[in-house]
Design a protein around this ligand. Structure first.
Ligand code: ADP
Ligand code: MG
Length: 238
């Protein structure tokens, strides 16, 4: 107990919520498959960042999370790695269609960065990642979606477009990530985000990441997450 508190303090981590899993010290502590460990090594990631140390065990245990940490702290791997594990844990990958994991980001640039990171960790596992955001041809995206995928990385507007034209269903989606939630609000995407969340089964696992936590974002989190653990790294603004 005391050790865990000390270790969190050394990582500048604060947590709230019940039964919070202990932070890990190495990626090996997460019990990742050899393929995933290789992919991590290949990225040159030697040890988990602070947010990863605490977020990985929480998300791998199936809990919802609110993760607050500044830009550059390694939030992407904190949600992509458990997403890969979640997908590999599904009993019959082929049977149904539509993504198992959906990641929403506020801009196409951010979505594209996440797409590239997700690709790196998915390749060796045979997991397919689709991009659903502007700046790429809609035709190519439709083709990719039609071929099937386990992960979709999207901006809210384009995702809703694709759902409307039935290029994509979220019936199979059980893992939802809202990244850069504060910027999503700044850019006026709250209605789109709520609409997307409303179309995903309520027994999903939901992850919300943000660099800051204004009241509006906090309120949305309370509404759409179930018994979340809240993790803060360092000092954060409102
Ligand atoms: P954030 O989303 O918090 O802004 P990113 O996920 O984009 O941060 O990560 C920032 C940078 O740190 C990226 O270049 C990423 O590849 C790198 N990175 C992430 N995790 C690790 C790690 N465990 N070890 C070394 N570099 C890492
Ligand atoms: Mg990020």
């Amino acid at each position: 107990e005391q050790d865990v508190a000390e270790y969190r303090k050394s990582l500048a981590i604060r947590v709230s919520g019940f039964d919070v899993p202990k932070p890990i010290k190495t990626f090996e502590d997460s019990g990742f498959s050899p393929q995933l460990m290789n992919a991590i090594k290949k990225q040159g990631y030697e040890k988990p960042t602070s947010i990863q140390c605490q977020a990985l065990p929480i998300v791998l245990s199936g809990r919802d999370i609110i993760g607050i940490a500044k830009t550059g702290s390694g939030k992407t791997a904190a949600f992509v790695l458990p997403m890969i594990v979640h997908i590999m844990d599904q009993p019959e990958l082929e049977k149904e269609e539509g993504p198992i994991g959906v990641i929403c980001a506020p801009t196409r640039e951010l979505a594209h960065q996440i797409y590239l990171e997700a690709k790196k960790f998915s390749k060796s596992n045979g997991i397919r990642v689709s991009a659903v955001y502007g700046g790429m041809s809609k035709f190519d995206q439709l083709k990719e979606l039609k071929a099937g995928c386990e992960i979709v990385v999207a901006t809210p507007g384009r995702l809703i477009d694709m759902i409307k034209i039935k290029a994509l269903t979220m019936l199979r989606t059980t893992y939802l990530v809202l990244d850069e939630a504060d910027r999503m609000f700044d850019l006026g995407f709250e209605p789109q985000v709520r609409s997307i969340v409303g179309q995903i089964r309520p027994d999903r696992q939901t992850l919300l990441f943000s660099a800051t936590m204004p009241r509006k974002v906090e309120k949305l989190a309370r509404e759409i997450l179930t018994d979340p653990v809240r993790v803060t790294v360092g000092e954060v603004g409102m």
